[in-house]
Design a protein around this ligand. Structure first.
Ligand code: ADP
Ligand code: ZN
Length: 512
Protein backbone atom coordinates (compact mmCIF):
# COMPACT_ATOMS: atom_id res chain seq x y z
CA UNK A 1 0.00 0.00 0.00
CA UNK A 2 2.79 2.44 0.93
CA UNK A 3 4.47 1.77 -2.40
CA UNK A 4 1.30 2.75 -4.16
CA UNK A 5 1.25 5.84 -1.96
CA UNK A 6 4.76 6.74 -3.07
CA UNK A 7 3.67 6.47 -6.69
CA UNK A 8 0.72 8.79 -6.05
CA UNK A 9 3.10 11.15 -4.25
CA UNK A 10 5.09 11.40 -7.47
CA UNK A 11 2.27 11.39 -9.99
CA UNK A 12 -0.16 13.73 -8.24
CA UNK A 13 2.07 15.96 -6.09
CA UNK A 14 5.31 15.71 -8.05
CA UNK A 15 7.41 14.96 -4.92
CA UNK A 16 10.33 12.53 -5.09
CA UNK A 17 9.80 11.17 -1.60
CA UNK A 18 8.12 11.66 1.73
CA UNK A 19 9.57 14.19 4.13
CA UNK A 20 10.22 13.64 7.82
CA UNK A 21 7.46 11.60 9.44
CA UNK A 22 4.92 11.97 6.61
CA UNK A 23 5.37 8.37 5.52
CA UNK A 24 4.57 7.06 8.97
CA UNK A 25 1.43 9.16 9.22
CA UNK A 26 0.23 8.26 5.74
CA UNK A 27 0.87 4.56 6.38
CA UNK A 28 -1.18 4.67 9.58
CA UNK A 29 -4.05 6.48 7.90
CA UNK A 30 -4.10 4.05 4.96
CA UNK A 31 -4.23 1.32 7.57
CA UNK A 32 -7.32 3.10 8.97
CA UNK A 33 -5.72 3.78 12.33
CA UNK A 34 -6.49 7.08 14.09
CA UNK A 35 -3.50 9.37 14.41
CA UNK A 36 -2.33 12.67 15.86
CA UNK A 37 0.39 14.26 13.73
CA UNK A 38 2.37 16.97 15.51
CA UNK A 39 4.55 18.70 12.95
CA UNK A 40 6.00 22.18 12.74
CA UNK A 41 4.65 24.67 10.23
CA UNK A 42 5.97 23.97 6.76
CA UNK A 43 6.61 20.28 7.47
CA UNK A 44 3.85 19.27 5.04
CA UNK A 45 0.86 18.34 7.16
CA UNK A 46 -1.72 18.76 4.39
CA UNK A 47 -0.17 15.98 2.37
CA UNK A 48 -0.79 13.58 5.26
CA UNK A 49 -4.53 13.67 4.59
CA UNK A 50 -4.61 14.72 0.94
CA UNK A 51 -2.67 11.70 -0.22
CA UNK A 52 -4.84 9.12 1.59
CA UNK A 53 -7.91 11.09 0.47
CA UNK A 54 -7.00 10.36 -3.13
CA UNK A 55 -6.27 6.70 -2.49
CA UNK A 56 -9.13 5.76 -0.18
CA UNK A 57 -12.68 5.08 -1.29
CA UNK A 58 -14.97 7.96 -0.27
CA UNK A 59 -14.36 11.53 0.87
CA UNK A 60 -11.96 12.92 3.45
CA UNK A 61 -13.86 15.49 5.54
CA UNK A 62 -11.42 18.19 6.62
CA UNK A 63 -12.26 20.44 9.57
CA UNK A 64 -10.38 23.71 9.35
CA UNK A 65 -10.91 26.80 11.50
CA UNK A 66 -10.40 29.66 9.05
CA UNK A 67 -12.32 30.19 5.83
CA UNK A 68 -9.40 32.09 4.27
CA UNK A 69 -7.01 29.20 4.90
CA UNK A 70 -9.59 26.74 3.58
CA UNK A 71 -9.80 28.55 0.28
CA UNK A 72 -5.99 28.63 -0.03
CA UNK A 73 -5.92 24.89 0.54
CA UNK A 74 -8.73 24.37 -1.91
CA UNK A 75 -6.87 26.23 -4.66
CA UNK A 76 -3.68 24.29 -3.99
CA UNK A 77 -5.48 20.93 -3.95
CA UNK A 78 -7.35 21.64 -7.17
CA UNK A 79 -4.12 22.74 -8.83
CA UNK A 80 -2.84 19.22 -8.14
CA UNK A 81 -5.93 17.78 -9.79
CA UNK A 82 -7.52 16.71 -6.52
CA UNK A 83 -11.31 16.75 -6.42
CA UNK A 84 -11.91 19.17 -3.58
CA UNK A 85 -14.68 21.50 -2.36
CA UNK A 86 -15.56 23.72 0.57
CA UNK A 87 -18.87 24.12 2.36
CA UNK A 88 -18.78 27.59 3.89
CA UNK A 89 -21.02 30.62 4.05
CA UNK A 90 -18.79 32.16 1.38
CA UNK A 91 -19.51 29.46 -1.20
CA UNK A 92 -22.16 29.76 -3.91
CA UNK A 93 -21.84 26.24 -5.33
CA UNK A 94 -23.38 24.29 -2.45
CA UNK A 95 -25.73 22.29 -4.64
CA UNK A 96 -22.96 20.94 -6.91
CA UNK A 97 -20.78 20.22 -3.88
CA UNK A 98 -23.52 18.27 -2.13
CA UNK A 99 -24.30 16.26 -5.27
CA UNK A 100 -20.66 15.36 -5.82
CA UNK A 101 -20.20 14.52 -2.14
CA UNK A 102 -23.20 12.19 -2.05
CA UNK A 103 -22.09 10.54 -5.27
CA UNK A 104 -18.66 9.80 -3.80
CA UNK A 105 -16.97 12.04 -6.34
CA UNK A 106 -15.05 14.23 -3.91
CA UNK A 107 -11.64 13.49 -2.45
CA UNK A 108 -11.71 16.38 -0.01
CA UNK A 109 -14.52 18.33 1.62
CA UNK A 110 -13.43 21.29 3.78
CA UNK A 111 -15.80 22.48 6.50
CA UNK A 112 -15.63 24.84 9.47
CA UNK A 113 -16.01 23.39 12.97
CA UNK A 114 -19.33 25.20 13.53
CA UNK A 115 -20.85 22.93 10.94
CA UNK A 116 -20.02 19.84 12.95
CA UNK A 117 -22.64 20.62 15.55
CA UNK A 118 -25.45 21.08 13.02
CA UNK A 119 -27.91 18.24 12.67
CA UNK A 120 -28.27 18.91 8.95
CA UNK A 121 -24.58 18.29 8.44
CA UNK A 122 -24.66 15.07 10.43
CA UNK A 123 -27.52 13.88 8.24
CA UNK A 124 -25.51 14.80 5.17
CA UNK A 125 -22.56 12.71 6.38
CA UNK A 126 -24.90 9.73 6.62
CA UNK A 127 -25.77 10.07 2.96
CA UNK A 128 -22.21 9.98 1.63
CA UNK A 129 -19.21 7.63 1.76
CA UNK A 130 -16.67 8.96 4.32
CA UNK A 131 -13.05 7.83 4.12
CA UNK A 132 -11.39 9.90 6.80
CA UNK A 133 -11.92 12.74 9.25
CA UNK A 134 -9.00 15.18 9.19
CA UNK A 135 -8.96 17.78 11.98
CA UNK A 136 -6.61 20.62 11.17
CA UNK A 137 -5.27 22.96 13.90
CA UNK A 138 -6.34 20.28 16.36
CA UNK A 139 -4.97 22.19 19.39
CA UNK A 140 -8.16 24.28 19.13
CA UNK A 141 -9.96 21.40 20.85
CA UNK A 142 -7.97 21.90 24.05
CA UNK A 143 -8.35 24.49 26.73
CA UNK A 144 -4.66 23.97 27.38
CA UNK A 145 -3.88 25.06 23.86
CA UNK A 146 -3.46 28.72 23.03
CA UNK A 147 -6.46 28.97 20.75
CA UNK A 148 -9.37 27.11 22.30
CA UNK A 149 -12.50 26.93 20.11
CA UNK A 150 -15.56 25.47 21.81
CA UNK A 151 -16.93 24.26 18.44
CA UNK A 152 -14.09 21.75 18.24
CA UNK A 153 -15.71 19.95 21.18
CA UNK A 154 -18.61 19.04 18.88
CA UNK A 155 -16.35 17.03 16.61
CA UNK A 156 -16.14 13.99 18.81
CA UNK A 157 -19.88 13.41 19.04
CA UNK A 158 -20.09 13.99 15.28
CA UNK A 159 -17.35 11.44 14.53
CA UNK A 160 -18.70 9.00 17.10
CA UNK A 161 -21.52 8.20 14.67
CA UNK A 162 -18.86 6.76 12.32
CA UNK A 163 -16.81 4.39 14.46
CA UNK A 164 -15.14 2.79 11.44
CA UNK A 165 -13.87 6.04 9.94
CA UNK A 166 -10.30 6.81 11.06
CA UNK A 167 -9.43 10.24 12.47
CA UNK A 168 -6.33 12.25 11.69
CA UNK A 169 -5.68 15.25 13.94
CA UNK A 170 -2.98 17.70 12.87
CA UNK A 171 -1.28 20.51 14.74
CA UNK A 172 1.96 22.46 14.70
CA UNK A 173 1.75 23.73 18.21
CA UNK A 174 1.20 21.42 21.09
CA UNK A 175 3.02 20.98 24.37
CA UNK A 176 2.77 17.67 26.22
CA UNK A 177 -0.34 18.76 28.08
CA UNK A 178 -2.19 19.90 24.98
CA UNK A 179 -1.26 16.74 23.10
CA UNK A 180 -2.63 14.49 25.81
CA UNK A 181 -5.78 16.56 25.80
CA UNK A 182 -6.16 16.33 21.99
CA UNK A 183 -5.86 12.53 22.12
CA UNK A 184 -8.42 12.44 24.86
CA UNK A 185 -10.89 14.93 23.35
CA UNK A 186 -10.78 13.41 19.87
CA UNK A 187 -10.64 9.75 20.90
CA UNK A 188 -7.24 8.90 19.41
CA UNK A 189 -5.14 6.19 21.08
CA UNK A 190 -1.85 7.21 22.69
CA UNK A 191 0.17 5.01 20.34
CA UNK A 192 -1.31 7.03 17.48
CA UNK A 193 0.78 10.12 18.15
CA UNK A 194 3.51 10.94 15.64
CA UNK A 195 5.76 13.89 16.51
CA UNK A 196 8.08 15.32 13.89
CA UNK A 197 11.26 17.26 14.58
CA UNK A 198 10.79 20.87 15.61
CA UNK A 199 14.34 22.05 15.27
CA UNK A 200 15.09 24.97 12.97
CA UNK A 201 18.89 24.77 13.02
CA UNK A 202 19.48 27.82 10.82
CA UNK A 203 17.69 30.17 13.25
CA UNK A 204 19.94 31.74 15.88
CA UNK A 205 17.97 32.57 19.03
CA UNK A 206 18.91 35.53 21.22
CA UNK A 207 16.89 36.70 24.22
CA UNK A 208 17.58 39.59 26.57
CA UNK A 209 16.04 42.29 28.68
CA UNK A 210 14.65 45.34 26.94
CA UNK A 211 16.38 48.46 28.19
CA UNK A 212 16.41 50.86 25.32
CA UNK A 213 14.18 49.25 22.75
CA UNK A 214 14.65 51.67 19.87
CA UNK A 215 18.43 51.56 20.18
CA UNK A 216 18.42 47.78 20.53
CA UNK A 217 16.33 47.44 17.38
CA UNK A 218 18.43 49.96 15.49
CA UNK A 219 21.52 47.91 16.32
CA UNK A 220 19.79 44.76 15.08
CA UNK A 221 18.69 46.43 11.84
CA UNK A 222 22.19 47.76 11.28
CA UNK A 223 23.71 44.30 11.66
CA UNK A 224 21.11 42.55 9.51
CA UNK A 225 20.40 44.12 6.11
CA UNK A 226 17.83 41.58 4.86
CA UNK A 227 14.03 41.60 5.23
CA UNK A 228 12.77 41.34 8.79
CA UNK A 229 9.69 41.41 10.99
CA UNK A 230 9.46 43.24 14.31
CA UNK A 231 6.50 42.13 16.40
CA UNK A 232 5.20 44.90 18.65
CA UNK A 233 2.55 44.41 21.33
CA UNK A 234 0.07 47.14 20.28
CA UNK A 235 -1.10 48.92 17.14
CA UNK A 236 0.17 52.22 18.49
CA UNK A 237 3.57 50.67 19.17
CA UNK A 238 3.87 49.41 15.58
CA UNK A 239 3.32 52.93 14.24
CA UNK A 240 5.61 54.59 16.76
CA UNK A 241 8.42 52.09 16.22
CA UNK A 242 8.15 52.05 12.45
CA UNK A 243 8.64 55.82 12.46
CA UNK A 244 11.63 55.77 14.76
CA UNK A 245 13.35 52.90 12.95
CA UNK A 246 13.18 54.22 9.39
CA UNK A 247 16.51 55.29 7.94
CA UNK A 248 17.47 56.39 4.44
CA UNK A 249 17.81 53.30 2.27
CA UNK A 250 15.88 51.07 4.63
CA UNK A 251 12.12 51.07 4.32
CA UNK A 252 10.18 50.36 7.51
CA UNK A 253 6.41 49.96 7.41
CA UNK A 254 3.70 49.21 9.95
CA UNK A 255 1.06 46.51 9.78
CA UNK A 256 -1.89 45.94 12.08
CA UNK A 257 -5.57 45.06 11.88
CA UNK A 258 -6.62 48.69 12.36
CA UNK A 259 -5.16 49.89 9.07
CA UNK A 260 -7.45 50.20 6.03
CA UNK A 261 -7.50 46.91 4.09
CA UNK A 262 -5.89 48.47 1.01
CA UNK A 263 -2.98 49.83 3.09
CA UNK A 264 -2.51 46.45 4.73
CA UNK A 265 -2.55 44.65 1.38
CA UNK A 266 -0.12 47.14 -0.14
CA UNK A 267 2.30 46.90 2.80
CA UNK A 268 2.19 43.13 2.76
CA UNK A 269 2.78 42.95 -0.99
CA UNK A 270 5.66 45.41 -0.73
CA UNK A 271 7.22 43.34 2.05
CA UNK A 272 6.94 40.09 0.12
CA UNK A 273 8.60 41.70 -2.89
CA UNK A 274 11.30 43.53 -0.93
CA UNK A 275 14.86 42.50 -0.22
CA UNK A 276 15.48 44.72 2.79
CA UNK A 277 12.17 45.99 4.17
CA UNK A 278 11.35 45.82 7.85
CA UNK A 279 7.73 45.29 8.84
CA UNK A 280 6.77 46.40 12.32
CA UNK A 281 3.59 44.49 12.98
CA UNK A 282 1.21 43.01 15.48
CA UNK A 283 0.90 39.23 15.47
CA UNK A 284 -1.91 39.65 12.93
CA UNK A 285 0.93 39.74 10.39
CA UNK A 286 2.61 36.63 9.14
CA UNK A 287 -0.03 33.94 8.91
CA UNK A 288 -0.23 32.65 5.39
CA UNK A 289 2.54 34.93 4.11
CA UNK A 290 4.91 33.15 1.80
CA UNK A 291 8.30 34.84 2.12
CA UNK A 292 11.12 32.34 2.55
CA UNK A 293 13.96 34.89 2.85
CA UNK A 294 12.93 36.69 6.04
CA UNK A 295 16.31 37.16 7.76
CA UNK A 296 15.17 38.11 11.23
CA UNK A 297 12.16 38.17 13.50
CA UNK A 298 12.34 40.40 16.56
CA UNK A 299 9.88 40.52 19.43
CA UNK A 300 9.62 43.91 21.11
CA UNK A 301 7.51 42.38 23.85
CA UNK A 302 6.76 39.02 25.36
CA UNK A 303 4.95 36.58 23.05
CA UNK A 304 1.80 34.88 24.30
CA UNK A 305 3.36 31.48 24.82
CA UNK A 306 6.31 29.34 23.79
CA UNK A 307 4.12 27.96 21.01
CA UNK A 308 3.41 31.46 19.73
CA UNK A 309 7.12 32.37 20.01
CA UNK A 310 8.12 29.28 18.07
CA UNK A 311 5.53 29.91 15.39
CA UNK A 312 6.36 33.61 15.02
CA UNK A 313 10.14 33.13 14.99
CA UNK A 314 9.58 30.24 12.57
CA UNK A 315 8.75 32.80 9.88
CA UNK A 316 12.47 33.59 9.69
CA UNK A 317 14.81 31.65 7.41
CA UNK A 318 12.36 29.33 5.68
CA UNK A 319 14.89 29.17 2.83
CA UNK A 320 17.33 27.40 5.17
CA UNK A 321 19.89 30.23 5.14
CA UNK A 322 21.08 31.71 8.45
CA UNK A 323 18.44 33.81 10.20
CA UNK A 324 18.01 35.42 13.60
CA UNK A 325 15.30 35.52 16.24
CA UNK A 326 15.59 38.24 18.90
CA UNK A 327 13.34 38.64 21.89
CA UNK A 328 13.49 41.81 23.99
CA UNK A 329 11.47 41.29 27.14
CA UNK A 330 10.62 43.40 30.15
CA UNK A 331 9.66 42.53 33.70
CA UNK A 332 6.46 44.51 33.19
CA UNK A 333 5.46 42.12 30.37
CA UNK A 334 5.40 39.33 32.94
CA UNK A 335 3.77 41.48 35.59
CA UNK A 336 0.98 42.45 33.22
CA UNK A 337 0.54 38.90 31.96
CA UNK A 338 0.22 37.66 35.55
CA UNK A 339 -2.45 40.26 36.24
CA UNK A 340 -4.37 39.07 33.19
CA UNK A 341 -4.20 35.46 34.39
CA UNK A 342 -6.21 36.51 37.43
CA UNK A 343 -8.97 37.71 35.11
CA UNK A 344 -9.56 34.57 33.02
CA UNK A 345 -12.06 31.90 33.98
CA UNK A 346 -10.88 29.99 37.06
CA UNK A 347 -10.57 26.65 35.25
CA UNK A 348 -8.11 28.15 32.76
CA UNK A 349 -5.83 29.90 35.24
CA UNK A 350 -3.56 26.95 35.95
CA UNK A 351 -2.91 26.49 32.23
CA UNK A 352 -2.19 30.18 31.74
CA UNK A 353 0.21 30.16 34.67
CA UNK A 354 2.05 27.11 33.32
CA UNK A 355 2.38 28.89 29.99
CA UNK A 356 3.89 31.98 31.61
CA UNK A 357 6.27 29.93 33.74
CA UNK A 358 7.52 28.18 30.60
CA UNK A 359 8.21 31.57 28.99
CA UNK A 360 9.95 32.71 32.18
CA UNK A 361 12.18 29.65 32.08
CA UNK A 362 13.06 30.35 28.44
CA UNK A 363 14.04 33.98 28.96
CA UNK A 364 15.91 33.35 32.20
CA UNK A 365 17.86 30.22 31.33
CA UNK A 366 21.65 30.30 31.38
CA UNK A 367 21.59 27.22 29.16
CA UNK A 368 20.81 26.57 25.53
CA UNK A 369 17.67 28.34 24.26
CA UNK A 370 17.08 25.74 21.57
CA UNK A 371 17.25 22.96 24.14
CA UNK A 372 14.55 24.69 26.22
CA UNK A 373 12.35 25.10 23.15
CA UNK A 374 12.78 21.57 21.88
CA UNK A 375 12.26 20.03 25.30
CA UNK A 376 9.04 22.01 25.51
CA UNK A 377 7.91 20.24 22.35
CA UNK A 378 8.75 16.87 23.83
CA UNK A 379 12.09 16.31 22.14
CA UNK A 380 15.33 15.24 23.78
CA UNK A 381 17.87 17.68 22.34
CA UNK A 382 21.60 17.94 23.06
CA UNK A 383 22.60 20.25 25.95
CA UNK A 384 24.11 22.82 23.59
CA UNK A 385 23.33 23.82 20.02
CA UNK A 386 26.17 26.19 19.16
CA UNK A 387 23.71 28.59 17.54
CA UNK A 388 22.03 30.62 20.29
CA UNK A 389 23.17 33.53 22.44
CA UNK A 390 23.89 31.39 25.50
CA UNK A 391 25.78 28.72 23.57
CA UNK A 392 27.89 31.23 21.66
CA UNK A 393 28.59 33.48 24.62
CA UNK A 394 27.94 31.56 27.85
CA UNK A 395 26.63 33.81 30.63
CA UNK A 396 27.72 33.58 34.25
CA UNK A 397 25.25 32.61 36.94
CA UNK A 398 25.33 34.37 40.32
CA UNK A 399 23.49 33.49 43.51
CA UNK A 400 21.31 36.50 44.24
CA UNK A 401 19.15 34.87 46.91
CA UNK A 402 20.31 37.23 49.67
CA UNK A 403 19.65 40.33 47.56
CA UNK A 404 16.20 38.96 46.72
CA UNK A 405 15.47 38.55 50.44
CA UNK A 406 16.63 42.09 51.16
CA UNK A 407 14.54 43.39 48.29
CA UNK A 408 11.38 41.67 49.46
CA UNK A 409 12.02 42.77 53.07
CA UNK A 410 12.22 46.37 51.93
CA UNK A 411 8.95 45.99 50.01
CA UNK A 412 7.37 44.57 53.17
CA UNK A 413 8.77 47.22 55.51
CA UNK A 414 7.50 50.00 53.27
CA UNK A 415 4.07 48.30 53.36
CA UNK A 416 3.92 47.11 49.75
CA UNK A 417 2.94 50.50 48.37
CA UNK A 418 5.98 52.07 46.72
CA UNK A 419 7.53 51.72 43.29
CA UNK A 420 10.93 50.31 42.37
CA UNK A 421 12.79 53.63 42.42
CA UNK A 422 11.75 54.40 45.97
CA UNK A 423 12.35 50.89 47.32
CA UNK A 424 15.75 50.64 45.70
CA UNK A 425 16.59 54.10 47.09
CA UNK A 426 15.82 52.84 50.61
CA UNK A 427 17.90 49.71 50.04
CA UNK A 428 20.91 51.67 48.86
CA UNK A 429 20.50 54.29 51.61
CA UNK A 430 19.61 57.35 49.55
CA UNK A 431 18.42 60.14 51.83
CA UNK A 432 15.39 62.08 50.60
CA UNK A 433 12.71 64.27 52.10
CA UNK A 434 10.15 61.66 51.25
CA UNK A 435 12.06 58.85 52.94
CA UNK A 436 12.60 60.98 56.03
CA UNK A 437 8.99 62.09 56.21
CA UNK A 438 7.91 58.43 56.01
CA UNK A 439 10.47 57.51 58.64
CA UNK A 440 11.94 54.98 56.24
CA UNK A 441 15.50 56.21 56.76
CA UNK A 442 15.42 54.52 60.14
CA UNK A 443 14.30 51.11 58.89
CA UNK A 444 16.68 48.20 59.33
CA UNK A 445 16.71 47.72 55.54
CA UNK A 446 17.87 51.30 54.92
CA UNK A 447 21.21 51.16 53.16
CA UNK A 448 21.74 47.40 53.53
CA UNK A 449 22.60 46.97 49.87
CA UNK A 450 26.08 48.19 48.95
CA UNK A 451 28.73 47.89 46.29
CA UNK A 452 28.39 45.03 43.80
CA UNK A 453 25.03 44.00 45.26
CA UNK A 454 23.52 47.29 44.13
CA UNK A 455 24.18 46.28 40.52
CA UNK A 456 21.93 43.30 41.08
CA UNK A 457 18.86 45.22 42.24
CA UNK A 458 17.34 45.74 38.82
CA UNK A 459 17.90 42.17 37.55
CA UNK A 460 16.64 40.84 40.90
CA UNK A 461 13.46 42.91 40.62
CA UNK A 462 13.00 41.65 37.06
CA UNK A 463 13.50 38.03 38.12
CA UNK A 464 11.10 38.36 41.05
CA UNK A 465 8.46 39.73 38.68
CA UNK A 466 9.05 36.98 36.13
CA UNK A 467 8.58 34.42 38.89
CA UNK A 468 5.46 35.98 40.35
CA UNK A 469 7.07 36.98 43.66
CA UNK A 470 6.44 40.67 43.00
CA UNK A 471 3.39 42.17 41.36
CA UNK A 472 2.70 45.76 40.35
CA UNK A 473 -0.07 47.62 42.19
CA UNK A 474 -2.57 49.83 40.42
CA UNK A 475 -0.80 52.94 41.67
CA UNK A 476 2.65 52.13 40.34
CA UNK A 477 3.83 50.39 43.49
CA UNK A 478 4.88 46.81 44.10
CA UNK A 479 3.32 44.14 46.25
CA UNK A 480 3.92 40.50 47.08
CA UNK A 481 2.82 37.76 44.72
CA UNK A 482 2.23 34.18 45.80
CA UNK A 483 5.90 33.25 45.36
CA UNK A 484 7.30 35.91 47.71
CA UNK A 485 7.06 33.81 50.87
CA UNK A 486 9.38 31.11 49.57
CA UNK A 487 12.21 33.62 49.24
CA UNK A 488 11.57 35.30 52.58
CA UNK A 489 11.49 31.96 54.36
CA UNK A 490 14.71 30.85 52.70
CA UNK A 491 13.00 28.04 50.79
CA UNK A 492 13.52 29.46 47.28
CA UNK A 493 16.83 30.42 45.76
CA UNK A 494 17.41 33.01 43.10
CA UNK A 495 20.18 32.40 40.61
CA UNK A 496 20.63 35.18 38.12
CA UNK A 497 22.09 35.03 34.68
CA UNK A 498 24.67 37.73 34.10
CA UNK A 499 25.44 38.34 30.46
CA UNK A 500 29.13 38.13 29.56
CA UNK A 501 30.87 41.48 29.99
CA UNK A 502 31.37 43.28 26.73
CA UNK A 503 35.05 43.95 26.15
CA UNK A 504 34.64 47.59 25.26
CA UNK A 505 36.64 50.76 25.67
CA UNK A 506 36.26 50.58 29.40
CA UNK A 507 37.22 46.93 29.57
CA UNK A 508 38.86 45.24 32.50
CA UNK A 509 41.35 48.01 33.16
CA UNK A 510 38.45 50.39 33.84
CA UNK A 511 37.57 48.60 37.06
CA UNK A 512 39.48 49.18 40.24
P1 ADP B 1 2.09 22.64 7.00
O1 ADP B 1 0.60 22.54 6.85
O2 ADP B 1 2.68 21.52 7.80
O3 ADP B 1 2.55 23.98 7.49
P2 ADP B 1 2.07 22.41 4.16
O4 ADP B 1 1.19 21.24 4.11
O5 ADP B 1 1.52 23.73 3.83
O6 ADP B 1 2.76 22.49 5.59
O7 ADP B 1 3.36 22.11 3.28
C1 ADP B 1 4.45 22.99 3.24
C2 ADP B 1 5.15 22.90 1.90
O8 ADP B 1 5.88 21.69 1.77
C3 ADP B 1 4.19 22.94 0.73
O9 ADP B 1 4.71 23.81 -0.24
C4 ADP B 1 4.17 21.50 0.23
O10 ADP B 1 3.89 21.44 -1.14
C5 ADP B 1 5.58 21.05 0.53
N1 ADP B 1 5.71 19.59 0.72
C6 ADP B 1 4.90 18.79 1.44
N2 ADP B 1 5.32 17.50 1.39
C7 ADP B 1 6.44 17.49 0.64
C8 ADP B 1 7.34 16.44 0.21
N3 ADP B 1 7.17 15.17 0.58
N4 ADP B 1 8.38 16.81 -0.58
C9 ADP B 1 8.56 18.10 -0.94
N5 ADP B 1 7.74 19.11 -0.59
C10 ADP B 1 6.69 18.83 0.20
ZN1 ZN C 1 22.09 26.80 22.12
Amino acid sequence: MIDRARETLKSTFGFADFRGRQEEVVARVLDRRSTLAVMPTGAGKSLCYQLPAIMLEGTCVVVSPLIALMHDQLRAARANGIRAATLTSADADWRETLDAFRAGQLDLLYVAPERASQQGFRDLLNSAPIALFAIDEAHCVSEWGHDFRPDYRQLRPMMAAFPDVPRLALTATADAHTRADILNQLGIPEEGMVVAGFDRPNIRYAIGPRDSLTRQLQALLASEPGPGIVYAPTRAATERLSESLATPGREVRAYHAGLPPEVRAANQAAFVASENMVMVATVAFGMGIDKPDVRFVAHAGLPKSIEAYYQETGRAGRDGDPAQAHLFWGADDFARARMRVAEVEPQRQAGERTRLDALGALVETAGCRRAVLLRHFGEDPPETCGNCDNCCDPPKSVDATVVAQKYLSAVARTRQTYGAGYVEGILTGQRSDRAEKNGHDTLSVFGIVEGEEAQLLKPVRRALMVRGALLPTEHGGMMFGSEARGYLKGESELHLVVPPKKQGRRGRSGRD
